[in-house]
Design a protein around this ligand. Structure first.
Ligand code: SAM
Length: 222
């Protein structure tokens, strides 16, 4: 089969129908999923799998998240915060950033693994996406650009990163999978002044946030 743009377009429409059937209701999220060409965020030789509802390896032990997971997290964010500045922790392929950009957010994203950061930055430039990207430990946030209307963490965190809570604007929210290595609970933390309200949702399985030691190992290898 030849994987032309029109074949990818058809597969993308099917993926969005699948998301709708799985309970993703937010129209802005579904529109962004129709618009952003997920195959361009995939390893080139594996693009035929880009519209499977599955996480996929992108190298360095990391993955581009399953479309359902991206849509679920993005809906939690968009249902609470319609516009403004969003910080994503865990750039990976850049796909989640592109979805947020398509929805009209001003996007900032941080990645810890140098080759993934470089590849994602290359994509943002190639596709003229106005996403601000930084290499570093996302659990420290991006203090120079704070406050953020929302923060989205796309890797599993053992506990709430204090710095990210501090960088939320009033009424801003943090969407984060919290828990152990195997399973985490999707959690939304909303800031009301100095009070932080917590809501807990379904369980997911993410790759872990890399700690400081992990970061140093990555740097030595790259
Ligand atoms: N959002 C990504 C996408 O759309 O492709 C997928 C994210 S992947 C599940 C998790 C990403 O978080 C990996 O790229 C990983 O290198 C990155 N990561 C892990 N720990 C991190 C940290 N402390 N700071 C920034 N990025 C981190």
């Amino acid at each position: 089969m030849e994987w032309s743009e029109s074949v990818f377009d058809g597969r993308r429409r099917e993926m969005v129908e699948g998301l709708r059937r799985s309970g993703i209701m937010n129209a802005r999220v579904l529109e962004a999923f129709l618009e952003v060409r997920r195959h361009l965020f995939f390893p080139e030789s594996e693009r035929e799998h880009a519209y499977d509802d599955a996480a996929w390896p992108i190298g360095h032990g990391q993955t581009i998240s399953q479309p359902y997971t991206v849509a679920y997290m993005t809906s939690l964010l968009a249902d609470r915060v319609p516009s403004g500045k969003v910080l994503e922790v865990g750039t990976g392929s850049g796909y989640q950033s592109a979805i947020l950009d398509a929805m009209g957010y001003r996007v900032f994203t941080i990645e810890r693994v140098l080759p993934l950061y470089s590849d994602a930055l290359g994509r943002f430039r190639r596709f003229a996406l106005p996403v601000a990207a930084k290499l570093g430990d996302g659990s420290e946030g991006w203090p120079e650009e704070a406050p953020f209307n929302a923060v989205l963490v796309t890797a599993a965190a053992p506990k709430e990163p204090e710095a990210l809570l501090r960088q939320l604007s009033d009424n801003g929210c943090l969407v984060i999978p919290l828990g152990g290595m195997d399973v985490q609970q999707m959690t939304v933390i909303t800031r009301r002044g100095e009070v932080f309200l917590r809501e807990r949702y379904h369980e997911f399985a993410f790759v872990p946030l890399i700690g400081r030691e992990g970061w140093e190992e990555e740097q030595e290898q790259s």
